[in-house]
Design a protein around this ligand. Structure first.
Ligand SMILES: [Zn+2]
Length: 149
């Protein structure tokens, strides 16, 4: 765990908090190139009414607009372990390094997938903060749901 990883994860967490304020699932993503932030965004599935508008996909699109295929030299910071769709997009983009905070509740998906690329995965950066964001969100949804019954 490096200072740099924590610094950029804090920016991803700020993005997740913006998502939360907009009633989106609080997941944020940041992409850096040579230690400069070139994309920072968050989950927008509700706002865009598009189930594929995950933070990672949106961040890859933004970064690709700037860098094209140079995106492979980037690092992506995500508050939550990527889902299967986003892992696919990450593999296609060939981003070299992925850093994430909380692990997916369905288990460490990345361990189950045999990767044929040399992507570096770093997990557990600011894990507690990333986990509590997502857990609190779903807890509040469950409470609201029960109140409506
Ligand atoms: Zn995803």
């Amino acid at each position: 765990m490096s200072f740099k990883d924590i610094h950029f994860m804090k920016i991803a967490i700020k993005e997740a908090i913006i998502a939360l304020k907009n009633n989106e699932i609080p997941i944020g993503a940041v992409i850096t190139y040579n230690n400069f932030v070139i994309a920072k965004t968050h989950n927008l599935t509700e706002s865009l009414n598009n189930s594929t508008a995950h933070a990672e996909i949106l961040a890859i699109n933004i970064a690709s607009n700037f860098l094209g295929k140079k995106i492979r030299k980037c690092v992506m910071y995500i508050t939550l372990e990527p889902c299967l769709m986003c892992i696919g997009a990450i593999l296609c983009s060939r981003i070299e390094k992925i850093v994430f905070g909380a692990s997916n509740t369905k288990g460490f998906l990345l361990n189950k997938i045999k990767l044929h690329t040399k992507i570096i995965f770093v997990s557990g950066i600011m894990k507690n903060k990333c986990e509590s964001l997502i857990q609190d969100f779903f807890l509040s949804k469950r409470i609201k749901y029960k109140k409506n019954i």
